[in-house]
Design a protein around this ligand. Sequence first.
Ligand SMILES: *Cc1c(COP(=O)(O)O)cnc(C)c1O
Length: 360
Amino acid sequence: MARVYNFSAGPAVLPEEVLREAADEMMDYQGSGQSVMEMSHRSKVYDNIIKEAEADLRDLMNIPDNYKVLFLQGGASQFFAEVPMNLMKNKKAAYVITGQWAKKAYEEAQIYGEAVAVASSADKTFTYIPDCSNLDIPEDADYVYICENNTIYGTKFQELPNTKGHILVSDISSCFLSEPVDVTKYGVVYGGVQKNVGPAGVVIAIIREDLITDDVLPGTPTMLKWKTQADKDSLYNTPPCYNIYICGKVFKWIKKLGGLQAMKERNEKKAKILYDFLDQSKLFKGTVEKEYRSLMNVPFVTGDKEMDAKFVAEAEKAGFVNLKGHRTVGGMRASIYNAMPIEGVEKLVAFMTEFEKENA
Ligand SMILES: *Cc1c(COP(=O)(O)O)cnc(C)c1O
């Protein structure tokens, strides 16, 4: 069996232990005589799986009792619409534009009401996070929206915006469970799981209870109303059963490693290896202003498109895959999520060092 080091931004690497466990349980989940893919979502066995997944997530993120945890479908992109549908009572919201995912959420919100861009880092191709300490937020804005870790550009909010009393909604798709979070600072915090948590097909949304109401925009589909999902504990209809089961295994894997503080230390250590290399390299350069660097997504360039392409091709041959940068940005990007082992980053840096020598 030849496993590669997979630096994909998503769907992304999963812990090998989790994959092995899932393989072991494929034909017969804990004496049920069935795979989790085959069982009824209304069965007792499955009920235990989803309940345990939620309990472990609550434990990991220290989620207060007045927040609901929802397992949803449609990807983060569908959630871009769910946010205004469920929260835009005054038909107005403030958006901080720090990259394509924030921009897409902002554009989606414009379908439903007035989305106001209160800050943006578009002027420097999203290589930094704008100052959000004193935003000009309309009084009647229903919420302030951010994308906390910008997967494509490799930036991360180092502190949350001052929302001046407004509800904070945050997309944490690409930094989910990468470090401790204070859930009480958010009204809604959510993410697609395919970056750092599990297989594509699940969105996890953690929503303060008072924001889950029947007072949604007219025309909101039943399925996209948070109350529908919350009232039925994410089992209003058939959920993505198998994917939730894998997420549950990832939660247990993180708990075993020591929880989110341990994850953070591990991620800082990994990111430092790569950033330290980039900072002294004469061939490769990181593209993000240092103080806003993401621990999860590390974009870099040589400044020469042909050299970039040569690097990506040779890296792939050596077993380091999916290093090509996002199609809109070019260059390279190494996504080093929770499940990327430290050796993966060490070996990548050794490979880059060698490549630099050969191409000096
Ligand atoms: C990948 C990504 C999305 C889009 O996720 P889908 O599940 O494909 O819709 C949205 N936001 C962020 C931050 C992402 O990284």
